[in-house]
Design a protein around this ligand. Structure first.
Ligand SMILES: [Mn+2]
Length: 338
């Protein structure tokens, strides 16, 4: 749990701010989008001038959590324009669901170059100490839980829109209540959110029954590449640049596709390698818990949680796969030796 001194300091920062920039990590997920949307609504209701800023495009299936489309850095506004006040003047920056510069893309430079206070609200284990005030709780299944506790602590009213967005944050970071981070805190909070107007069935349809045909074809292409290793305990799969071209799918369409193979009962860990436009390979890793994949990601400069982590590797694909496979062999060896 977040200690109450940190809540006091966070509320103090918010109270004396007039203009607030609210942002999150690149490749925003449901937790990131939900928390940005909720903080925008809550702080706007307090009379603050609030501006969300996304660091890469929002997947189409999360757009509904925002009251209106949030500007994207590099598409709608550049760092230079941001410095010149294109989005307004800010005296506070809030970063949700991220606490390391490596996750902030081009905003890293902006944050390092100005002296505005930064409030970080996050549940990741890895931290670069980006913010002077941190609401950090690595036991929280989602940053949405911490934002909800902040809302309760400060007495912000939870509107129906905010309840929907927080439900999205928590439901997506728990894999719709399937991951082993799903505990009573998750269910109790979601019960309160339903009381406040969240509609789980409607949200489920918007999130999971909403594939474009291009995205579905991308998933089929990925499934064709599935390979099993270590007696079926580890699965590797990939998506190449030509798969995006062939299917017409976008990079953000890869979200969650990694978990399709989890239906195979023997799996303990699984990986998805995605070839980026610049030739690097984005490697996402998942585990049932016996193998700590954050340690593997950290070894290559990435980060995350024990059961969900990621990193970037140099291409080509075969080299990236070899690095992860070797490391995975070592980890499986350790697990077997325990
Ligand atoms: Mn999260």
């Amino acid at each position: 749990m977040v200690n109450s001194d940190d809540f006091v300091r966070a509320v103090g920062l918010i109270a004396k701010s007039g203009g607030v920039l609210i942002t999150t990590h690149t490749k925003p997920d449901g937790d990131a989008c939900g928390c940005v949307a909720v903080l925008c609504d809550a702080l706007a209701a307090l009379g603050k001038k609030v501006r969300p800023l996304m660091l890469s495009p929002v997947p189409q299936w999360y757009e509904f959590v925002f009251a209106k489309k949030a500007p994207v850095l590099g598409e709608d506004v550049t760092v230079e324009q941001l410095k010149k006040g294109r989005l307004g003047e800010f005296d506070l920056i809030i970063i949700v669901d991220a606490d390391s510069y490596g996750q902030l893309g081009d905003l890293e430079e902006y944050i390092k170059q100005n002296d505005k206070p930064v409030l970080v609200i996050d549940h990741h284990v890895t931290s670069d100490g980006v913010g002077e005030v941190r609401l950090a709780d690595s036991t929280a299944a989602a940053t949405g839980l911490i934002v909800f506790e902040l809302a309760k602590y400060t007495g912000w009213g939870i509107t129906e829109r905010m309840a929907q967005a927080l439900f999205v944050a928590i439901a997506t970071d728990t894999g719709w209540f399937q991951f082993n981070n799903t505990n009573s805190r998750v269910y109790n909070t979601c019960a309160e959110l339903i009381e406040a107007g969240a509609k789980p069935t409607e949200i489920y349809d918007k999130l999971y029954h909403n594939f474009s045909y291009a995205r579905f074809r991308l998933m089929l292409a990925m499934l064709e590449t599935l390979e099993l290793h270590f007696d079926g305990q580890f699965a590797s799969q990939h998506i190449l640049r030509r798969d995006f071209e062939r299917t017409g799918a976008a990079y953000e369409d890869t979200e969650n596709l990694i978990n399709e193979c989890h239906r195979i009962g023997t799996l303990e860990a699984w990986a998805l390698f995605v070839e980026l436009k610049d030739g690097r390979i984005r490697c996402s890793l998942r585990s049932k818990g016996a193998v700590d994949v954050s340690k593997i990601a950290q070894k290559f400069g990435g980060g995350g949680h024990k059961v969900a982590a990621g990193t970037y590797l140099p291409g080509p694909l075969e080299d990236a796969k070899r690095l992860i496979l070797d490391e995975m062999a070592r980890r499986f060896g350790e697990v077997a030796g325990q």
